[in-house]
Ligand binder design. Structure first.
Ligand SMILES: [Cu+2]
Length: 247
């Protein structure tokens, strides 16, 4: 192997080890408060870990080539023509295809399957969500009331451990229902009902952690960024007490 090959290989190795050490040891996700969030974070973490050697290879090749083979001053003529090497092209095609299937398609399909299995479990509670510029309404119809983010004290309250199905729609334009701590997100579409399933696994309150909020995630107008609603995950007892105050 040429000296250049050895140096690039070394840089690749060092960058990969450093990157993997970071990826495995640094906590870079926001708080995860639902079964669904764990599944999505695991898929994402796996993608990152698998992508690091690829990224490291690209950086090593690019930076080394740019420094080692740079030309000082203006070039006087074109470089020599390069011929395609069929073996390299074949290997490149094979490796990148395998990496795509392994790294992108596989974690995605596996994670989706797990999410679908969770959605098939018995539902404990249905909350109807209605988006409108620039508010969220959460209908607790089995208890006969709803909360509305236009009221400063209203919030979306969920009991911990309950499998909640959100039936989501919009009365005007496209919105997107997103709760960062649960990682789940889906469009709110006028004339249509979309569905999100969540089982909250951690207590939490918007006032302590901004990831506990409904956030519109589809640009819908000037106040889109403020189209939020506080979320609070409470115990079953606290939930029942809250429902009584609302009725
Ligand atoms: Cu919006």
């Amino acid at each position: 192997m040429s000296r250049d090959g050895v140096v690039v290989g070394l840089i690749w190795l060092i960058l990969t080890v450093a990157g993997e050490a970071l990826a495995w040891n640094v906590e870079f996700f926001p708080s995860a408060a639902a079964d669904q969030a764990i599944i999505i974070d695991e898929s994402f973490a796996m993608l990152v870990r698998l992508a690091i050697p690829v990224m490291a290879f690209v950086i090593a090749m690019l930076v080394y080539s740019a420094l080692r083979f740079r030309h000082r001053g203006d070039p006087l003529e074109d470089g020599p023509p390069t011929q395609a090497n069929k073996k390299v092209m074949g290997a490149w095609f094979g490796v990148t295809t395998a990496l795509t299937v392994l790294m992108i398609i596989n974690p995605g399909i596996t994670g989706l399957n797990e999410l679908w299995e969770l959605a098939d479990e018995p539902v404990d509670m249905v909350i109807e969500i209605e988006g409108s510029r620039f508010f969220w309404r959460a209908g607790y119809s089995e208890y006969g009331f709803s909360t509305f983010s236009g009221n400063p004290t209203d919030e979306l309250v969920l009991p911990i451990g309950a499998h909640v199905r959100f039936d989501i729609t919009s009365v005007d334009v496209l919105h997107s229902f997103w709760i960062p701590a649960f990682r789940m997100k889906i469009d709110a579409v006028p004339g249509m009902t979309t569905v999100v399933h969540v089982r909250a696994t951690e207590l939490g309150d918007y006032r302590d952690d901004i990831n506990f909020r409904v956030q519109c995630a589809e640009l819908c107008g000037v106040l889109h960024g403020q189209m939020t609603m506080p979320v609070r995950v409470v115990t079953q007892l606290e939930f029942e007490a809250w429902v009584t105050t609302k009725q």
